[in-house]
Design a protein around this ligand. Sequence first.
Ligand code: SIN
Length: 306
Amino acid sequence: MNPLAVQLNRLSLANPILVASGTFGYAKEMTAFVDFKQLGGIVPKTVTPQPRAGNPPPRTVETASGLLNSIGLDNDGFDQFMADKLPYLAGLGTSVIVNIAAKTCDEFKRMADVLNAAKGVAAVELNISCPNVSGGVDFATNPDLAADVVRTVCSAGDLPVIAKLTPNVTSVIPIAQAVADAGADAVSLINTFQGMAIDWKKRQPVLGNVLGGLSGPAIKPLALRIVWQVAQAVKIPIIGVGGIQCLDDVMEFIVAGASAVQIGTANFYNPGLANSLVTELLQVVQEQQVASFTELIGTLKIPVRD
Ligand code: SIN
């Protein structure tokens, strides 16, 4: 038995350590640094129906313990992805979770139809939460819209569906409940927090798009809070994302209720991190004397006070 194997409804993973969309390119860039076969899975950069040039520069700025980005879903488009990127990704010996974004349910459905017929795709992650695009529908800020996308993509075939949700709402719980009811296999919690950087001497925003999405260790406590809250409210598995940079961070998400995690911003300064985490998680399983790491999921104890 593989003590790191995990089942996210219809998605089977060899281990719970994934790399997050937008922080790992389309994997080729990481060849020199990462043993792909050891990863639980790769989530490549978001793909949209048509190519997108993305937002004006500057697109990134480092903040205290964080990274603010406003990439704007820059990508070569779905057809190019299927022709040039998926064949390479599919040969890497790990699960490939294709991340897609679109402006309408029909567009999501067209891509989902193709992905369901393709070889080498383990699951689809729906980016319904990018804070950096305008003119589209902000699906994950509305439970009904989020559920519509999930229902539509689920109707395209048997490919497992993961909804990546935004923290930029009053509560993620009703959105998570809605996508669970609509058939999502899992939720990724969370995408970036909308933020801003200012060069006060110039009286100007730093980012070309003015606003951006904050990731990195600065958001870990916020992400943990949301994972824990959603874990109390929904039954589908949660993939925790937000500021993970060491094994203790991974374990905090697991104990809070995540069944898997995605390593994001840390890939930029430590691309080998996800590999090390797999090895270290195996050691934790031994130290904790459990047969599988899954026994540790959601084991947080809240002290009862008189
Ligand atoms: C971007 O491309 O702007 C970032 C992607 C995201 O936050 O979903």
